[in-house]
Design a protein around this ligand. Structure first.
Ligand code: MF3
Ligand code: CO
Length: 237
């Protein structure tokens, strides 16, 4: 699983480093896929419930699950959320980050920073003996104190020999509630944060999730293992 996560992180970095004005989302997807294959991994989103690509690439008001396309060019000022994972010898890794293309607005910058920080605060709350709700509440209270909102309809998840396993890891909830956290558990923690309201809608393509109010959205995700010494991030390149 460490290797699956290492490959996932390397692919995310390769795609993120390639974000520049004029590049298409299909080109970014291809960079990620080539990296995963070069490391002996398998893109684990591809064909998952019929998903057609290696990465989900979601721009500006798109929250998650944007489908890469050779007609979709990234422009200066965009924020670009890339979510992808790799499978290696039967185990899965999963990670996401939002990247800036050129100069972005102050609000976009703050949204990215708050979302990234909410992920790290959520990870720090993943302690053996705690509860899933400790993670959820930590993310939600931090994000809302900054004036942003957490998406309700999509959540983080357990991960291991399947991409999505129990338990769900919501980015909203009550501390002290939910499944007990134990050493050895592997979780994908992934706050999706909207600059406006938390409401989302799905495009007719059946995948792309947008903010209902048209506001910007950001997404950061790591695969984490809970150890007796606390949480360790596995998706590091
Ligand atoms: N991005 C989702 C996650 O982080 C999984 C993607 S669903 C897929 O859990 F179909 F696009 F693969
Ligand atoms: Co995930």
């Amino acid at each position: 699983m460490r290797e699956a996560c290492r490959i996932s992180a390397g692919a995310l970095k390769a795609a993120g480093d390639a974000v520049e004005p004029g590049i298409t989302t299909a080109e970014l997807d291809s960079i990620a896929e080539k990296y995963i294959l070069s490391q002996g991994g398998v893109p684990n989103f591809k064909n998952y419930e019929g998903y057609p690509a290696t990465a989900c690439i979601s721009i500006n008001n798109e929250v998650i699950h944007g489908i890469p396309s050779n007609r979709r060019k990234i422009e200066a000022g965009d924020i670009v959320s890339i979510d992808l994972g790799a499978k290696f010898e039967g185990y899965h890794g999963d990670n996401a980050a939002t990247f800036a293309c050129g100069d972005i607005s102050k609000q976009a910058k703050r949204l990215m920073e708050v979302t990234r920080e909410s992920l790290y605060k959520g990870i720090a709350a993943a302690l053996p003996g705690g509860r899933i709700g400790d993670i959820s509440h930590t993310v939600q209270s931090f994000v809302e104190a900054q004036g942003f909102s957490v998406v309700r309809e999509f959540v983080g998840h357990g991960i291991g020999t399947h991409l999505h396993e129990a338990p769900e890891v919501p980015n909203f909830g009550v501390a002290g509630h939910g499944m007990r956290l134990a050493s050895g558990m592997t979780l994908a923690i992934e706050p999706m944060v909207n600059a406006g309201n938390y409401g989302v809608k799905v495009l007719p393509d059946g995948w792309t999730v947008l903010t209902k109010d048209g506001s910007l959205s950001a997404h950061f995700e790591h695969t984490v293992v809970i150890t007796p010494d606390g949480p360790k991030i596995m998706t590091v390149a």
